[in-house]
Design a protein around this ligand. Structure first.
Ligand code: MGD
Ligand code: MGD
Ligand code: SF4
Ligand code: MO
Length: 688
């Protein structure tokens, strides 16, 4: 273990990267005279290996940013104008507590928390905040904005967010990188994939976009968005007709094989090729590779489930490893998310018992536009939302159908509190804007969705100005509400200790090293033992059938299938720009200058047909809205699909727009998730 160098007046503090990224890197901050002077990866943490991505290696620039919020602010201008005056914490919290009390006296469900994974930390992300809203009886939030379609699909098929250990991909002989731009969004997995490649493995990327990752793989299958279910079924078809099956594994460790077989035989490669928009030979070759290479591994990621049929598609893909017996080897199988393997004690953190028998409605964050503009179906039959408390999220930039989201937040009768580090697009709409600490300034503890180590984050420096942690804010509000349950007095460090079942993690290691590895089997399903009700991999799901849904995975066409509209002939996907993390870092100058400006990648044929030159200013539009940006005539775009890289702050984009002007609030088949990559548009050149 290499300790970072310290001099008498410096010391180092171990932490964890808080961002919504599967890698959850270990951090080492060097502090001198109370100032963070260096931030590095924790070399002792094997998943991090001392390497940080470009974004977080600029974290000190973000932390010391002149535009950090440093004092509580109260709105003085119109909603959305972003004009504020400073107030004291006491004034702000007294008034917020009074306003929430008044609303709750009558209709607690008219209050809505809105949060996501701006920090993945369990303390600042899901502890005191949950207790506060449970005690209040506020509406519950269905946190669907990212991963619920794939997550539920995995639950129905494998029994949870479980799968291969990330490090074992290094020993695989074939890796399908499916719906993942690993170089941009899962860098430390990519290191394992490269090790495998050096040892002779073949890498295949399945992605409509010729991503940075696709460039480095042996093969790239550039299918149309939302056609992965068809591809997976055709692979099964080939496995069946060529008998590349592990009959013993299927017989002992799966349910529904006869039904799945019948379904898959309806998907010869020719049929899938027509649906996916790829050559038949490419599907046949992939099936041969997958059927005949051992061990074969699939790095599935969330990019393929942001479409109407995303849940079914993820289910279809999750069936593949059992068919070929890939799970027998630790370097075979599949990984979408590892998060289900962590012994998080959510009952203690969230305290749902504080609801005391009340059953508030649940509102879907992916429909926040409809929720705030009073759509009756989105409000689940309950009252209009009168107050929203936003933290760890920037919905005005990231939620679909921005026009409705912005209209909702612009309501003068909506009381809006935003806890933020910066004055984001959402912060502009706040009545109270409260300055939040960063990861360098607060305690937290983390699970990961890409590896299987618990991570501890100690504060390295004092909060900037009057910034306070999220947990502090909710603790102070609870005190002002007069609630005296002892759980409202737990400080942030105590909350860290409550986050995991104590017997399940090695606290001494966590405190010493900053991380603690979970004791988990090498090849979790080598002998079956899936955490499903049947204990098997469920090709056919009786639980889905009991809900009146298809028990088998199928291909469900997009809400907005490519080629189905003459007005909007192009499909648009909007995956992340490499140097941003969702909408975080867009305001960090060095990273924004790497990304340049908002752009849409378009294939040369589609550009030529519209008279669009490389670098031209364009309007991308559909019936929901319009986004202005530059066109990049690019080999990364396949014909018929444009790639609008996200997620820019609207106010830092052109004419205050970003890609979510165009996306819809329609949901996925499973998990009630958003369909960001199921979106038709037209593109036309405009005068600059
Ligand atoms: N640099 C960076 N890293 C990030 C993020 C970021 O914003 N920037 N975001 C983080 C978050 S919140 C998440 S959820 C993950 C997201 O990371 P991933 O789970 O990898 O998902 P996406 O980045 O949305 O998409 C991955 C790839 O899927 C492709 N894709 C789009 N539609 C389809 C489709 O229908 N089928 C298939 N097969 N592929 C499709 C996209 O072109 C993209 O290249 O990354 C995290 N890491
Ligand atoms: N078009 C399109 N839209 C998308 C996506 C896409 O691929 N395409 N991706 C979707 C996905 S996968 C996701 S996960 C969502 C992500 O959407 P969000 O979860 O909203 O993520 P961010 O945009 O990164 O915003 C997080 C905010 O939290 C703040 N923050 C960070 N730490 C703290 C803290 O400790 N306290 C407080 N109070 N604030 C903090 C940051 O400053 C930042 O402004 O976006 C979704 N939107
Ligand atoms: S954003 Fe991801 S890759 Fe970058 S430092 Fe954080 S966890 Fe590591
Ligand atoms: Mo996400």
């Amino acid at each position: 273990m290499t300790a970072p160098t310290t001099t008498p007046d410096t010391h180092t503090v171990l932490g964890a990267c808080p961002h919504d990224c599967p890698d959850t890197c270990g951090l080492v901050t060097t502090v001198q005279g109370g100032v963070a002077i260096k931030l590095q990866g924790n070399a002792a943490h094997r998943h991090t290996g001392g390497v940080l991505c470009t974004k977080v290696s600029r974290y000190l620039e973000r932390n010391a940013h002149p535009e950090r919020l440093t004092q509580p602010l109260r709105r003085v201008g119109r909603k959305g104008e972003g004009r504020f005056e400073p107030v004291s914490w006491d004034e702000a919290l007294d008034d917020i507590a009074a306003r929430l009390t008044a609303i709750a006296a009558d209709q607690p469900q008219a209050i809505l928390p809105y949060s996501y994974a701006g920090t993945m930390g369990l303390v600042q992300g899901e502890s005191m905040d949950r207790r506060f809203f449970h005690k209040l009886g506020a509406s519950l939030l269905d946190r669907t904005i990212c991963s619920t379609a794939g997550g539920e699909a995995l639950g129905y098929t494998l029994g949870g967010k479980v799968g291969m250990r990330i490090e074992h991909f290094a020993e695989s002989k074939l890796i399908l990188i499916w719906g993942s731009n690993a170089i941009a969004s899962n860098l430390h997995f990519w290191r394992h994939a490269q090790a495998a490649k050096r040892a002779g493995a073949r890498l295949v990327c399945i992605d409509p976009r010729r991503s940075e990752t696709a460039d480095k793989c042996d093969d790239h299958i550039a299918l149309l968005p939302g056609t992965d279910g068809a591809l997976a079924l055709a692979l099964m078809h080939e496995l069946i007709v060529h008998d590349w099956l592990d009959h013993d594994y299927i017989a002992r460790h799966t349910v529904g094989w006869d039904q799945l077989r019948e379904r898959a035989l309806q998907w010869p490669p020719e049929r899938a090729a027509a649906v996916c928009g790829v050559p038949v030979a490419q599907i046949e070759a992939l099936a041969r590779d997958y059927g005949t290479t051992r061990p074969a591994a699939i790095r599935l990621n969330y990019g393929m489930q942001r479409v109407r049929g995303g849940g079914n598609a993820a289910r279809a893909v999750a069936c593949l490893p059992a068919l070929v017996g890939a799970w027998r080897h630790r370097a075979g199988g599949l990984l979408l998310s590892a998060s289900g393997q962590f012994p998080v004690d959510r009952a203690t953190l969230h305290r749902p018992d504080l609801l005391a028998g009340r059953q508030p409605r649940t509102l879907n964050m992916s429909r926040i536009g409809d929720v705030l503009t009073g759509d009756a179906t989105a409000l689940a039959g309950g009252p209009a939302v009168k107050a929203v408390v936003v933290y760890n999220s920037n919905p005005v930039a990231v939620a679909p159908e921005s026009a409705k989201v912005a209209a909702g937040f612009a309501r003068e009768d909506l009381f809006t509190v935003v806890l933020e580090q910066f004055q984001t697009d959402t912060a502009d709409y706040a009545d109270y804007l409260l300055p939040a600490t960063t990861q360098l300034e607060h305690w937290d503890i983390h699970f990961s969705y890409g590896h299987t180590d618990v991570m501890l984050n100690r504060p390295a420096v004092a909060p900037r100005g009057q910034a306070r942690s999220n947990a502090w804010v909710f603790r102070e509000l609870a005190r002002r509400m007069g609630w005296d349950e002892p759980c409202f007095a737990d400080d942030d460090e105590a909350l860290c200790r409550q986050a995991f079942r104590p017997e399940a993690i090695d606290w001494a290691a966590l405190e010493r090293d900053g991380f603690a590895t979970l004791p988990l089997p090498e090849a979790p399903f080598a002998e079956g033992g899936f955490p499903t009700p049947s204990g098997k991999c469920e090709f056919f799901s009786a639980r889905l059938a009991a809900q009146g849904l298809d028990g088998l995975p199928d291909h469900l066409p997009n809400h907005e299938p490519a080629g189905s509209s003459a007005d909007y002939p192009l499909a648009m996907i909007s995956p992340p720009a490499r140097n941003f993390l969702n909408s975080t870092f867009v305001n960090v100058t060095s990273l924004r200058s790497m990304e340049g400006e908002p752009l849409v990648e378009i294939h040369a044929d589609d550009a030529a047909a519209r008279g669009i030159a490389d670098g031209a200013m364009v309007r991308v539009f559909n019936a929901r809205g319009e986004h202005r940006c530059r066109a990049e005539v690019s080999r990364r775009a396949r014909p018929g699909v444009v790639n609008g890289l996200g997620i820019w702050w609207r106010k830092l984009g052109v004419d205050g727009t970003n890609v979510n002007e165009l996306t819809s609030q329609r949901l996925t088949d499973l998990g009630r998730g958003p369909t960001f990559y199921d979106c038709l548009v037209q593109v036309e050149a405009v005068a600059a």
